[in-house]
Design a protein. Structure first.
Length: 344
C-alpha cells in the first residue's frame, strides 16, 4: 500500500513547535514542511523566528561511518551516544540537518498567498512520500494548514471586465474608509472572518471586504473543499496562555539583542517599502514605525509584546475550531500518538 501518512504539528507562537518537530522527524524518518506565512520570505529571519539552527540534531560520528550518518538515524544515534557514555567509549559528534521545505523561497517584495502555498506544499509532501519518508507539516498559520488538511479549492481570479467596474468604484470607496469603519463593516457581513483576522492589518481587512463585494459571498465561505488523499494525524502543542505570554516576552527581548532592528533596516535598504513592512505585521510593522520615529523604543517593545499576545490568542481561536486536533503536553505524548499512527 502506498505510504500516504502526513503528520501535522501546530500551535500558537512561542510553544516550541519547531524544536519538537525536529526531534520527531529525526526519530520517525521525517522531513519538515513549514506552515508559516512569513518564513517563506528571504531576509526575514530574526523577526519571523526561523531559527534555522534548530533543524540540526547531534549524531555520533563513528570511524568509517560519519559520512553515511543521516538525520533520520538521529534517534538510534542518540541511543548509541548514551551507550558510548555508559561504557566510556570515546566518540565525536556531527550535526545532521533535518530536511525542511518552504522556507526562504521568495523575496520580500514578491506577492504570495495561500493558493500558491498550497500548491508548493502538496508538491513537497508528494516528494517526501516518494522518498519513503514521513512529511511533517509544522507551523502556526492556521489558513495555510487548513488549506492542506481540508483540501481547499481556490477559484481562479476573474479578469476585470466592464461588468466589474462598479466593484472597482466600491474598492475606491473602501480605501477612503478608516480602519475602524472597515472593521465595523466586516463584523456585520462576515463575523467568522472578523473573529480571526488581524484587526490591525488594514490590507487584510480591506481584502476581506473586497472579496465580499466582488463575489457576493463572505471570505469565510469562499473556498470549497476536497479531502486530500492523505491519512492525517494532527497534533497541537498545548501550553497555558500565561506561559505563552512569558515566552513571547523573553523571546522578543532575545530577538532584539540578536539584531531584529538591524534586519528591518537591511530590508529597507534593499528596497522593501515602509508600506510593505507594515503589511508583514507584528515585528516588521512595529520596528518600521520605530525607524520612522513614529514611536519610541519603549513603545516598540511594549506595543509589540501586546500585539504578539493578541496574535497568539487569535491562533488558539482558529485552532480550537478543529475537533480533530489531538492536544499534547510533551514529546512523550507526541511519540505515543505517532507510534500508533505510523504503526511503529
Amino acid at each position: 500500500m502506498k505510504n500516504n501518512k502526513l503528520v501535522v504539528i501546530l500551535g500558537p507562537t512561542a510553544t516550541g513547535k519547531t524544536k519538537l518537530a525536529v526531534k520527531l522527524a529525526a526519530k520517525y524518518n521525517g522531513e519538515i514542511i513549514s506552515a508559516d506565512s512569513r518564513q517563506v520570505y528571504r531576509g526575514m529571519d530574526i523577526g519571523t523566528g526561523k531559527d534555522l539552527k534548530d533543524y540540526y540534531v547531534e549524531t555520533p560520528a563513528f570511524a568509517g561511518h560519519a559520512s553515511q550518518m543521516d538525520a533520520g538515524d538521529a534517534y538510534n544515534a542518540s541511543l548509541q551516544r548514551d551507550a558510548c557514555k555508559s561504557t566510556n567509549v570515546e566518540t565525536r559528534f556531527i550535526a545532521s540537518k533535518i530536511p525542511h521545505h518552504l522556507i526562504d523561497i521568495i523575496g520580500p517584495n514578491t506577492k504570495f498567498n495561500v493558493a500558491k502555498y498550497q500548491k508548493l506544499a502538496y508538491e513537497a509532501i508528494e516528494g517526501i512520500l516518494r522518498r519513503g519518508r514521513t512529511p511533517f507539516l509544522v507551523g502556526g498559520t492556521g489558513l495555510y494548514i487548513d488549506s492542506i488538511i481540508k483540501g481547499y479549492q481556490f477559484p481562479n481570479k476573474k479578469p476585470v471586465t466592464s461588468y466589474q467596474l462598479p466593484v472597482i468604484k466600491i474598492r475606491k470607496k473602501i480605501e477612503k474608509l478608516s480602519l475602524s469603519q472597515l472593521l465595523s463593516q466586516l463584523k456585520k457581513i462576515d463575523p467568522a472572518t472578523y473573529k480571526i483576522i488581524d484587526t490591525k492589518n488594514r490590507r487584510r481587512v480591506q481584502r476581506a471586504l473586497e472579496i465580499y463585494y466582488e463575489t457576493g459571498r463572505p471570505k469565510s465561505e469562499q473556498s470549497s473543499q476536497t479531502k486530500p488523499p492523505y491519512d492525517i494525524l494532527i497534533l497541537g502543542v498545548k501550553m497555558p496562555l500565561q506561559k505563552i505570554y512569558q515566552k513571547i516576552d523573553s523571546r522578543l527581548e532575545e530577538r532584539i539583542k540578536e539584531g531584529m532592528i538591524d534586519e528591518v533596516k537591511k530590508l529597507k535598504k534593499k528596497g522593501v517599502s515602509w508600506k510593505r513592512l507594515e503589511e508583514f505585521g507584528l515585528e516588521y510593522r512595529w520596528v518600521a514605525r520605530y525607524l520612522q520615529n513614529k514611536i519610541s523604543y519603549e513603545e516598540l517593545v511594549s506595543g509589540l509584546k501586546n500585539d504578539i499576545h493578541h496574535f497568539a490568542k487569535r491562533q488558539m481561536t482558529w485552532f480550537k475550531r478543529n475537533e480533530e486536533i489531538k492536544w499534547i503536553g510533551d514529546i512523550r505524548e507526541a511519540k505515543r500518538e505517532i507510534r500508533k499512527f505510523l504503526k511503529f
